[in-house]
Design a protein around this ligand. Sequence first.
Ligand code: FES
Length: 74
Amino acid sequence: MTRLVDHDATGPVRLDESDIDETYGDIAVCRCGLSADPPFCDGSHKRTEGEADDVLYRYEDGERYPVDVVRREE
Ligand code: FES
């Protein structure tokens, strides 16, 4: 199964002070869709640096590829 998810965010959202866990500390929630530990940010968003605004990208095996055509499977 392939799923196309269109994300505009290139970094996490930080929660406010009341959301800080006493055991784990600060919590950042992933908004880029690349985290290997969702819903938490693991720093993978750094791979989005340098993205052009008008280009769709596919991230696979640690690499970034621009996508020319999106085909819909029925
Ligand atoms: S925002 Fe997705 S890994 Fe940080």
